[in-house]
Write a new protein. Structure first.
Length: 334
């Protein structure tokens, strides 16, 4: 089966960029895919976590792309799990290099052909997402093995997500909003941002929750439930002990920042009806929202949820991502 997958990947590469364009897509969007077939749950989790950090990242013309700087350390503190890496060895953060490989294919297709730093697994490659080890990019934060290039083409916006067993990376040159077929499709009808505090655990928890929410689509009459989508904020799910919105140290503290950011993005939409909402009120002592009435409180074990129903005649899609210490929530209707 692995040989079959590798042959398929080789054919895709020979055809050019893994089918970079959907029908009618603008010529300044470049997309690549790599398979997650037969990957462990832990590896897929790590890939999704790394993709969340890249998703929405803007690299301006004249800037340098550093995979390690953007993605950060693949440590337990950042939520990464132990999984097999490209050479089949179980390490913390195993799978992150698959994102580097997928980005490499998209970057090459966009026209970047000179790299300041680029390493491959070579003969040690033991996975199936690349046709050979000579096309599987090796990155390692701990040993400072990086994937680095200078952007001489133009402003680049990176989008990355896991869809139906595939890892997708899209690079948009120029105005991302003008590109047809972007994963951010339709008209943006709501948006909000909140800033992360200095507490790393709070940020980890908020990003875990945001990652569960990002990509959710609602159609007419469907109800969004924070607790259902995010699930229990447990140690097994990767959540840390951190201060919550009222200053108490709890497992998953900080995840409510994701709920608050989403609330700010949808609260004024005419086709959204609030079903259940709790706020910290006077007990709120954090800084990510200005007004206590915007500080959403959620508690899985205490059955306090944040829920709203969409009554529009289109589809409402939510995207959440982090760039430079800011949590973004953009809501699109299409």
């Amino acid at each position: 089966m692995k040989k079959l997958i590798c042959m398929l990947l080789a054919l895709l590469i020979a055809a050019g960029s893994f089918g970079a364009f959907a029908d009618g897509e603008a010529a300044n969007a470049f997309q690549s895919y790599t398979t997650l077939y037969a990957s462990s749950d832990a590896k897929i989790y790590n890939v999704e976590l790394a993709a969340e950090r890249l998703n929405g990242y803007v690299l301006e013309k004249g800037e340098v792309f550093s995979f390690n700087e953007i993605i950060g350390p693949r440590t337990q503190e950042y939520g990464y799990k132990v999984a097999e890496n490209g050479r089949g060895v179980k390490v913390r953060g195993g799978g992150a290099a698959q994102l580097a490989t997928t980005v490499y294919y998209a970057v090459m297709d966009a026209g970047i052909n000179a790299f300041h730093e680029l390493h491959f697994y070579g003969d040690k490659f033991a996975d199936n997402y690349a046709a050979s080890g000579d096309m599987a990019v090796l990155v390692d934060y701990a040993s400072e093995t990086d994937f680095v290039f200078y952007n001489y083409l133009g402003d680049m916006t990176f989008y990355a997500e896991v869809i139906n067993g595939w890892l997708s990376c899209k690079i948009v040159l120029g105005d991302a909003e003008s590109v047809g077929g972007s994963i951010f499709q339709g008209a943006m009808v709501g948006s909000a941002t909140t800033a992360f505090a200095s507490d790393k655990n709070q940020k980890t928890n908020a990003l875990l929750a945001a990652g569960s929410i990002s990509g959710i689509t609602l159609t007419y009459g469907q109800t969004f439930s924070f607790n259902t989508i995010v699930g229990p904020r447990t140690q097994e799910a990767g959540y840390k002990l951190a201060v919550n919105g009222r200053g108490a140290k709890v497992r998953g503290g900080g995840s409510a920042q994701a709920a608050s950011t989403l609330y700010l993005a949808v609260k004024n939409l005419p086709n959204v009806y609030m079903v259940e909402k709790h706020t910290y009120g006077d007990r709120y002592n954090q800084t990510y929202v200005t007004f206590p009435e915007d500080a959403i409180m959620v508690d899985y074990s205490g059955a306090k949820d944040f829920r709203f129903t969409y009554y529009g005649n289109k589809a409402l899609t939510i995207y959440m991502y982090e760039v430079s210490g800011i949590l973004y929530c953009n809501v699109y209707e299409r």
